[in-house]
Design a protein around this ligand. Structure first.
Ligand code: NAP
Length: 248
């Protein structure tokens, strides 16, 4: 049966690479984005050119009504949901914790952590046999920052991803009996626009030499791990994390 996968933040970076990798496997893809409709449309086009089906929906993961509506659209378009990738995320500007204001802290948690909660909740309503579904796979995109702490850069970001990791472990246990696997991927330093959007365009170049493998990773390399966790090849894997970090 053709799988249907919903990927948040699928218009650029790791989410876009995951959407293309999922589309190449013949899976139906629903991708969401925040504001870059042009980038989202290009990914839809690429997947359609591969012979796949894809739709893009503007939906802010931190807004409950947006999240409810995109899962409704997924059900209406494809009739089911087999996989969710909680990928949408933001990186706040580099600063020390003593200089954070509360708005920054709250926004980071709203997008990275609350967004993951809202999407997991809606996915369960489509995937769980208790609600008429047939199981599935959830992949939460965390970060090495959850483990390393992001001192001097963005401790709030690391903490928001640490919360995502605790959610991943707890939910994997809660949903094991429903046939829903829940795992995480921890990207390290990956070459995407997120660093520029956090006001530090040179970050990847500056830090790449300190990665044990001597380079930054690519979005496509990260997508490989995400797609594997979504696939039936990972059928007995739940409650765990794959670091895609070049040894960082
Ligand atoms: P990116 O290139 O900046 O892309 C972010 C994507 O998320 C875009 O599609 C963007 O939509 C969407 N987005 C942003 N805020 C959103 C919101 N509130 N609601 C819905 N969509 C939203 O980021 P990336 O580097 O691929 O990062 C993807 C994930 O990997 C994030 O969770 C990030 O924390 C994690 N990660 C990245 C790295 C890295 O080095 N790149 C390392 C560790 C973890 P628009 O196109 O409309 O803006």
């Amino acid at each position: 049966m053709t799988k249907t996968i919903l990927i948040t933040g699928g218009s650029r970076g790791i989410g876009a690479a995951t959407a293309i990798a999922a589309g190449s496997k013949g899976w139906n893809v629903v991708l969401t984005y925040l504001s870059d409709a042009k980038a989202a449309a290009q990914i839809v086009k690429k997947i359609e050119a591969l012979g796949g089906r894809c739709c893009a929906v503007a939906s802010d993961v931190s807004v409950e009504a947006d999240v409810i509506s995109v899962f409704k659209k997924c059900k209406e378009t494809f009739g089911q949901l087999d996989g969710l990738v909680n990928n949408a995320g933001m990186l706040p500007e580099v600063a020390r914790l003593e200089d954070f204001d509360l708005a920054r802290w709250n926004k980071t948690f709203a997008v990275n952590t609350t967004g993951t909660f809202l999407c997991c909740r809606q996915a369960i309503h489509l995937m769980s046999p208790r609600h008429g579904g047939h199981g599935g796979s959830i992949v939460n995109v965390s970060s090495m920052a959850a483990v390393l702490g992001a001192a001097g850069e963005f401790i709030d970001y690391g903490a928001s991803k640490g919360a995502v990791e605790a959610l991943t472990v707890g939910l994997s246990k809660e949903l094991g009996p429903d046939g829903i696997r829940v795992n995480g991927v921890r990207p390290g330093l990956i070459d995407t626009d997120i660093h520029k959007s956090a006001g530090d365009a040179a970050r990847v170049e500056r830090l790449a030499g300190g990665v044990p493998m001597g380079r930054a990773g690519t979005a496509a390399e990260t997508a490989e791990a995400i797609v594997w966790l979504l696939s039936d090849a990972a059928s007995y894997v739940t409650g765990t994390f794959i670091s895609v970090s070049g040894g960082r």
